[in-house]
Design a protein around this ligand. Structure first.
Ligand code: HPA
Ligand code: ZN
Length: 330
């Protein structure tokens, strides 16, 4: 769907399509435990977040050079452009690469190379969000932020991802305080598999401005009221929720109820190579499965630009918002 939109919840490593994974494996002399792309695709049946993360981290073994990261990001941007994305705020997981001996500079400079050309080549403005792996230690997160020091001009915000349950936001209080001192914006995954308390904690202890997922806020009416009153954006990922079994079927996704409650919802793709669709596909899927009408889709698109970190360029935000209003559905 070509409706102009911002993508605010997208893990660049989750855009690694099987074909590119095999090509990079060949180039870098990495042996994958799958013979063909079809065989790899049969592994894309997940029971929960952890079962996905196991494959997600394993496949990253093929990403080694700056050029690999540049190609990965360029391939994503080309796909996103074809689905109406005008602005993308892109997560990356430096610890998943430094743990394999790939320097953080290789990751950031490689991604940066593709992002620098994005506006001219794909018509998409971009930002990078450095995520800490919450199942690693707080000390490791602090080391990662320090290692990113020379590259902070390329980074807009910090985020928190990976296995949620048992790793509450408060574990990362210190590193978020440091990120704030460095002038970085703050987001965190919360309430994907973890309880509503983790959403409260991400707001109260980490001071995040957006909640990634936030699905489980619906279990806590007071939390919903708070999120509505403070207009905290939620970056929902409906196809991810189905694939990782947070909900059984898309038809049961609470997105319509969340919109009706007045929550500032956005719709995003999370890890599109693994979850069956890019963000335009996701808009199409919620239109069909949840009977969202065109004006509700327009609201979701408008919300995405309102929630974007475009405060330094309000003219651009206004331009994108006027594209949303002018869009004619076919
Ligand atoms: N949740 C948490 N961590 C992640 C995800 C996700 O959906 N995708 C990549 N890392
Ligand atoms: Zn995510």
């Amino acid at each position: 769907m070509h409706l102009p939109k911002a993508e605010l919840h997208l893990h660049i490593e989750g855009t690694l399509e099987p074909e590119l994974a095999f090509e990079l494996a060949r180039r870098n002399g990495v042996t994958l435990p799958y013979a063909t792309t079809d065989e790899l695709r049969t592994a894309y049946l997940f029971d929960d977040l952890q079962s996905f993360l196991d494959l997600y981290y394993a496949l990253m073994a093929v990403l080694r050079t700056e050029e690999d990261f540049a190609e990965l990001a360029d391939a994503y941007l080309a796909r996103a452009a074809a689905q109406g994305v005008r602005h993308a705020e892109i997560f990356f997981d430096p610890q998943a690469h430094t743990a394999r001996g790939v320097p953080i500079g290789t990751v950031i400079e490689g991604l940066g190379r593709a992002l620098e050309r994005s506006e001219e080549k794909h018509g998409i403005s971009t930002q990078l969000i450095l995520c800490f792996l919450r199942d690693q230690s707080a000390a490791s997160a602090l080391e990662t932020l320090a290692a990113a020091g020379p590259y902070l001009h390329r980074i807009t915000a910090v985020g928190l991802d990976s296995a949620e349950v048992g790793h509450p936001p408060a574990k990362f209080r210190e590193v978020y305080e440091e990120a704030g001192r460095l002038g970085l914006r703050k987001v965190a995954h919360a309430g994907e598999e973890g309880p509503p308390e983790y959403i409260h904690e991400a707001l109260d202890v980490l001071g995040v401005e957006r909640i990634d997922h936030g699905l489980r806020c619906m279990e806590d009416p007071e939390l919903v009221a708070r999120l509505v009153a403070d207009r905290i954006p939620l970056t929902l990922c409906p196809l991810s929720n189905v694939r990782l079994r947070a909900i059984d079927i898309l038809e049961e996704h609470p997105l319509p109820a969340m919109l009706a409650a007045g929550l500032h919802c956005t719709v995003n793709s999370d890890d599109p190579a693994y979850f069956g669709g890019y963000v335009g596909d996701t808009f199409h899927a919620v239109h069909e499965a949840l009977a969202l009408d065109h004006e509700q889709l327009r609201t979701l698109a408008r919300n995405s630009f309102e929630a974007a970190f475009l405060d330094h360029d309000e003219e651009r935000r206004a331009r994108y918002l006027s594209e949303v209003e002018a869009y004619v559905f076919d």
